[in-house]
Design a protein around this ligand. Structure first.
Ligand code: AMP
Length: 303
């Protein structure tokens, strides 16, 4: 396992390792947890060379306080990445990815970037994400790049960008890793007090309860389900930003609740902004509707 800090070192190290088989890439912002580890392990199982980047990308933060407070633990991250199977960890300074005079942005337009996170964090958020991911993909040149379903919208936006730019990379989306009580792992969870962590459970619980109500036919329309989700978030002690029921490919709001659905939400708990989502398949309306979550470990539904 080696660590590189410059783009020149990165290119040289990837060039030396290429040829043995597929190159896998896992971009992260560090403070690595079991969610990141699952992506690295998946890359390890499918690729000959596994590259992990750790870079807190300033251009995707709409809130300077959030950027300042973002947890940083580079030394520990290198050890965690190595233990999960990384061959190479890229730890760039901002100037490596944003060179002096930097004037280029990669922008995905339309509902994919303007809805949900884009609507609440501002369009600049995804411009920052796609710009840095495009630069990283260009530097690493991976065959496969691994993203978490935890950031479902981000994975869709990156896939769209890779297709549109004709990048020769497969975007692989991996399931959300959760704590035993359902809380989706996030680097931001480290900033929650024990009491706030309890309130943070309202995200996975609201998603689970909403999915259950859709599954058993108590909720049959997207707007109705979104309202119920917002109420459940607030009742659980979070300050909701949004709760949406959308088409998982286009992110357009769902009408009648049938077929493939994505339930997505964002809420604040204290100073910490959290997001979560859940995929759901509703086969059809019958007297006894059936539904199944597509996640390996669905959040526990609220009672
Ligand atoms: P981040 O460091 O938060 O930018 O995340 C880096 C990658 O890890 C992204 O593709 C995230 O979607 C993914 N990720 C973050 N949290 C989780 C989780 N709980 N389960 C699975 N993947 C995750």
């Amino acid at each position: 396992m080696s660590t590189v800090r410059t783009t020149a070192e990165l290119r040289a190290a990837v060039a030396a390792g290429r040829g043995a088989g597929p190159v896998g890439f896992v971009p992260t912002m560090g403070a690595l947890h079991a969610g990141h580890e699952s992506l690295i392990r998946r890359a390890r199982s499918e690729c000959a060379l596994v590259v992990v980047s750790v870079f807190v990308n300033p251009t995707q933060f709409d809130d300077p306080a959030d950027l300042d407070a973002y947890p940083r633990s580079a030394e520990r991250d290198v050890a965690v990445a190595a233990a999960a199977g990384a061959d190479l960890v890229f730890l760039p300074e901002a100037g490596e990815l944003y060179p002096p005079g930097d004037a280029t942005r990669v922008v995905v337009r339309g509902p994919l970037t303007e809805s949900l996170e884009g609507a609440h964090r501002g369009a600049g958020h995804f411009d920052g994400v796609t710009t840095v991911v495009a630069r990283l993909l260009n530097l690493v040149g991976p065959d496969r790049a691994y993203f978490g379903a935890k950031d479902a919208q981000q994975a869709l936006v990156v896939r769209r960008m890779a297709r549109d730019l004709r990048l020769p990379v497969e975007i692989v989306t991996c399931p959300t890793v959760r704590d035993a009580d359902g809380l989706a792992l996030s680097s931001r969870n480290a900033r929650l007090s024990p009491a706030e962590r309890e309130r943070a459970l309202s995200l996975s619980r609201a998603l689970g309860a909403c999915a259950e109500a859709i599954a058993d036919g108590r909720l049959r329309h997207g707007a109705e389900a979104a309202d119920a989700g917002l109420r459940a978030l607030a009742a659980g002690g979070a300050e909701p930003e949004y709760f949406a029921v959308v088409d998982p490919e286009t992110l357009e709001p769902a009408g009648p609740l049938e077929g493939e659905l994505l339930l997505a939400c964002a809420a604040r708990v204290g100073d910490v902004r959290l997001i979560d989502n859940l995929s759901l398949t509703v086969p059809q309306f019958t007297d006894e509707p059936e539904a199944a979550t597509r996640e390996d470990r669905a959040p526990t539904a609220a009672t």
